[in-house]
Design a protein around this ligand. Structure first.
Ligand code: HAM
Length: 423
């Protein structure tokens, strides 16, 4: 049997890849406008980085990591996310020694052993940003507004931006205690996962989609009720800046993120139309993470969005560009000598940036012309033995059905002129 690709992965083929490039171009443009620089880190890291960074009690670390022993018997893990990696690089490459804050972005594959379904993959791609070394509420607002502006520019509608504050370790401990107290008498109606969460991570119960857990947590104390003064002032300031900047958000006191490192601001962007996996972006502040992995105390904030999910939303809302890039011209040559000369001509044109193709299958003249038409080429350059003998090239406009002859020595200049003028 032919070998198949692993479950939960995709081949991105021509025809689809243009959509990815369109989205990536828009991302890079917005990042440049906001002053973010790209960072690339390894696809795999020491397992301990994610255990310490993402958190031992999270689903990601407990169930979803691709972990393996390498030949030197070290435990390695394919990155399930990149925030921990960026913080590791910040410490290891001493980025804290550079002017602060560091404003970084990335686009790349992540790996999680999840149950594949629509919008959920085992290899998926994220665009994310991380700002390290700045604790002001204005930074939280900048990061959220970058997401907002990108989605506005892409033309996405019906987005819900949910914002919350999960507090600092002090107010979170208070919240946890109050929540456990509230849930103690309702524990038996919680789903199996939430029964387990009760001890190790009760906050996540607030986030559970199971109807009986939702009913059990109705009226439960939220993070908002327990925020300390500092966290509360920070949160109000973030909301005020966002409101003035025109970002439409909703405060969702039940929003709890699935990773352990968050402090203060947490947010998610949802698009209902794409189905159950409606979260297209998630992020928040993580002021203790750099220290947690052995670096100097450094505040941080960022987000990541699922490229596959953003593309699905663009698809459903019919916001992807339709125009496929067309080939500018095909060379139609007949005979070995004309093929050799034609090939040399194409090499010169290509080196000047003109996209041109030629027959590679030894087709007849008629079939070469057919194939040029099929590929949507604007021009056919015809070079047969007769043209060669007269040192000319026929340029046929396949849209208008007109043709002209140019001297071979002038061909590059003439064609390049046409290409630059876009005619
Ligand atoms: P996350 O919420 O785990 O956060 O993932 C962010 C986004 O990645 C999700 O909202 C979703 O769009 C996409 N995503 C996650 N898992 C999958 C999957 N299996 N298949 C398809 N898409 C998926 C993080 O990863 C944090 N590192 C975000 C962050 C950055 N927080 C601070 N800085």
């Amino acid at each position: 049997m032919a070998i198949q690709r692993p479950k939960g992965t995709q081949d991105l083929l021509p025809g689809t890849i243009e959509q990815w490039q369109y989205l990536e171009d828009a991302i890079r443009l917005v990042c440049r406008e906001y002053g973010y620089e790209e960072i690339r880190t390894p696809m795999f890291e020491a397992t301990e980085l994610f255990q310490r960074g993402v958190g031992q009690t999270t689903d990601i670390v407990k169930k979803e990591m691709y972990t393996f022993q390498d030949k030197g018997d070290r435990s390695m893990t394919l990155r399930p996310e990149m925030t921990a990696s960026v913080c590791r690089a910040y410490v290891e490459d001493k980025l804290y020694g550079q002017p602060q804050p560091m404003k970084l972005y990335y686009i790349g594959p992540m790996f999680r052993y999840e149950r594949p379904q629509s919008g959920r993959f085992r290899q998926f791609h994220q665009f994310g940003v991380e700002v390290l070394g700045a604790d002001q509420p204005i930074v939280d607002a900048e990061v959220i507004s970058l997401v907002w502006n990108l989605f506005q520019r892409l033309g996405l509608v019906g987005l819900e931006v949910h914002v919350n504050s999960v507090g600092c370790p002090i107010c979170r401990a208070r919240h946890r205690e109050q929540l456990q107290e509230f849930l103690a008498t309702r524990k038996s109606v919680l789903c199996n996962d939430c029964q387990e969460r009760f001890e190790r991570n009760p906050l996540r119960i607030l986030d559970c989609k199971n109807p009986s857990c939702q009913a059990a947590t109705s009226g439960a104390p939220t993070t908002k009720d327990t925020l300390c003064e500092d966290c509360s002032i920070h949160f109000e300031r973030v909301l005020a800046i966002l409101g003035r900047a025109g970002v439409v958000y909703r405060v969702n006191p039940r929003l709890v993120r699935g990773l352990d490192y968050y402090t203060k601001t947490a947010f998610e962007v949802m698009v209902e139309e794409i189905g159950a996996q409606s979260a297209i972006c998630g992020g928040g502040r993580y002021d203790k993470l750099v220290e947690e992995i052995g670096g100097p105390p450094t505040p941080g904030i960022g987000f990541a969005m699922g490229i596959e999910r953003v593309l699905a939303a663009l698809q459903v809302q019919d916001k992807l560009p339709k125009e496929e890039p067309k080939l500018f011209a095909m060379l139609i040559s007949l005979g070995e000598k004309a093929q050799t000369e034609g090939f040399a001509l194409l090499s010169t044109l290509r080196s000047k940036g003109v996209p041109v193709g030629m027959d590679l299958l030894g087709r007849s003249l008629k079939n070469q012309l057919k194939s040029a038409n099929r590929q949507g080429a604007r021009y056919a350059f015809i070079l047969g033995e007769e043209e060669l003998a007269r040192n000319v090239l026929v340029i046929r406009d396949l849209t208008l059905g007109e043709q002209m002859e140019v001297l071979l020595i002038d061909a590059v200049e003439e064609i390049n002129k046409k290409y630059q003028r876009g005619v």
